[in-house]
Design a protein around this ligand. Structure first.
Ligand SMILES: [Zn+2]
Length: 116
């Protein structure tokens, strides 16, 4: 379990750094737009901002999942599905170390999200 925790903490650090970089570059793009006053430049920059925002959102979500996995390790309930409380398959955890749902519940929740 120690190796897993180290892996999660490494991912956590990589992601927080990526969030900081994305937010910093978003701010810098904003400044540049004001100075250049180029209509095409500002159009493409607002598109970049949008992409950066989506990216940060996804990274922040991953960060939350990692925090949750680390908390679950501490609580001794890592690898248990939050929906049905069955153990998540080891094969799935290897691919997605911070999965909080088993394959079945994940599929179910994705179907629900798509409907909503
Ligand atoms: Zn489940």
């Amino acid at each position: 379990m120690d190796a897993l925790r180290r892996d999660l903490e490494r991912r956590r650090m990589t992601i927080s750094r990526a969030i900081q970089t994305a937010m910093r570059s978003t701010r810098e793009d904003g400044d540049r737009t004001e100075i250049s006053k180029d209509p095409y430049g500002s159009a493409s920059s607002s598109h970049d901002d949008e992409l950066a925002a989506i990216n940060v959102e996804r990274l922040a979500r991953d960060l939350k999942l990692i925090d949750r996995a680390l908390a679950d390790i501490d609580a001794g309930r890592y690898g248990v599905c939050v929906e049905c409380e069955e153990p998540i398959a080891a094969k799935r955890l290897k691919v997605l170390p911070f999965a909080t749902r088993c394959v079945e519940c994940q599929a179910k929740s994705e179907r629900l999200e798509r409907v909503a």
